[in-house]
Design a protein around this ligand. Structure first.
Ligand code: AMP
Length: 114
């Protein structure tokens, strides 16, 4: 998607603070962090949202979570705990229409959500 900001980050066309990259996903720090650690993990291929996932995407979505787990350990937030969020659609406040997993941690969070 030529006008997708996360596709541009994946391609390196706009700057980002990348923390991980492999053939399937890219992870970078959120430009407006909501927690001391706030990383976005995105598939390298464009997918609008959870709403358009197909069964072929299942390994890719699983990989997002494995990378999230590894990054949580690397950031040393795994023992204290962290939150993984995938906003989908207007009510959830999805602003970037390229599916992404938020990894948030580093301080206690309020509960419940919503
Ligand atoms: P969401 O509301 O779930 O769509 O989250 C989109 C996230 O992308 C927000 O937390 C933004 O702060 C973040 N974001 C938008 N543009 C950039 C960018 N250029 N680099 C890093 N994070 C960004």
């Amino acid at each position: 998607m030529s006008d997708c900001i996360f596709c541009k980050i994946v391609k390196g066309d706009i700057p980002s603070t990348n923390v991980f990259r492999d053939e399937q996903v890219t992870a970078f720090r959120d430009i407006n962090p909501a927690a001391p650690t706030h990383i976005l993990i995105v598939p390298n291929k464009h997918i609008d949202s959870v709403n358009v996932l197909i069964s072929d995407d299942e390994p890719l979505m699983g990989h997002l979570f494995i990378v999230a787990k590894q990054l949580a350990a690397r950031e040393k937030i795994d023992e204290d705990g962290y939150r993984l969020i995938v906003n989908t659609g207007v009510y959830a406040g999805q602003t970037v229409h390229h599916i992404h997993l938020h990894l948030l941690g580093g301080a206690p969070m309020k509960h419940p959500m919503g």
